[in-house]
Design a protein around this ligand. Structure first.
Ligand SMILES: C[S@@+](CC[C@H](N)C(=O)[O-])C[C@H]1O[C@@H](n2cnc3c(N)ncnc32)[C@H](O)[C@@H]1O
Length: 251
């Protein structure tokens, strides 16, 4: 499948500069992979589908939003944040990861691509979300393959402005996950407003994008100190088996 056909599914086409940036991003990730083990997705077609297309498809519902600020929590090698920053030059994108060497890679990539609308920070979501400059400061938060859905909500919602949204990029989506996420959202001032199910255009792999609207301020104690959200996930049903749905990416 050529990349032009891939973008048709999104109703969007990159211009010449954006197409060049995607090519360059692919080359930089391949080069970085030899040192840093960034991703197992290295084939060209798979990279286009599972890193570029998937990153943008998750935000299809927000495509026409004007100049939002967005935080990508647990960005790894820069996904979905870097493709979003390339596709939307008028958006302001902050990419966060707790692993310094990953953020060093993302920073060097931002520089190599000349992206003036993106910046990257090393830190844990649990710490950064309590800093005044980040608290309830973003229109959108995105997380792909970071943690269980209810844990992702605890990381994300404290960063989001009232009326903004967190978008969780998921593989499979189980009823139990949705129940636990809804319970967590009640404490965090969020409400699940959409579960967008789709297939990737080439591999037909199943994806779900879960949109949580920020409807209230949530409690100041969230997110809890580093490690607690994963050890004691909010909204978890006592005695129920832990759901680990298939993640879109396992670097
Ligand atoms: C499986 S990788 C996914 C990377 C990328 N989002 C993707 O889809 O390709 C998960 C990333 O989340 C980061 N991460 C996990 N928990 C985090 C936290 N509490 N705060 C910041 N980053 C975190 C990890 O360091 C890792 O790079």
């Amino acid at each position: 499948m050529d990349s032009g056909a891939l973008w048709q599914d999104l109703g969007w086409q990159p211009d010449t500069l954006q197409a060049r940036s995607f090519e360059r991003l692919y080359a930089l990730v391949l080069a970085g992979n030899t040192r840093l083990n960034l991703t197992r997705i290295t084939g060209r077609e798979e990279f286009w589908e599972k890193h570029l297309f998937d990153s943008l498809r998750g935000l299809a519902a927000f495509q026409d939003q004007k100049e939002p600020s967005l935080i990508d929590i647990g960005t790894g090698a820069g996904f979905p944040g870097l493709p979003i920053a390339i596709a939307h030059p008028d958006w302001y994108v902050v990419l966060v990861d707790s692993v310094r060497k990953k953020i060093a890679f993302v920073l060097s990539t931002i520089q190599a691509l000349g992206l003036t609308n993106a910046q990257a920070l090393t830190g844990r979501a649990e710490d950064l979300a309590h800093r005044r400059e980040h608290r309830e400061s973003y229109d959108l938060a995105v997380l792909r393959a970071v943690a269980q859905a209810n844990v992702c909500a605890e990381y994300a919602l404290p960063f989001v402005k009232l009326g903004g949204a967190a978008v969780l990029y998921r593989g499979n989506w189980e009823v139990q996950e949705e129940v636990e996420l809804a319970r967590a959202c009640r404490a965090l001032g969020g409400e699940i407003v959409e579960v967008d199910a789709f297939e990737l255009p080439v591999s037909r792999a199943v994806r779900h994008c879960v949109v949580i609207r920020k409807t209230g301020p949530g409690l100041r104690v969230f997110p809890r100190p580093a490690g607690l959200p994963t050890q004691h996930p909010l909204g978890a049903i006592e005695g129920a088996p832990r759901v680990e749905s298939e993640e879109p990416e396992e670097p």
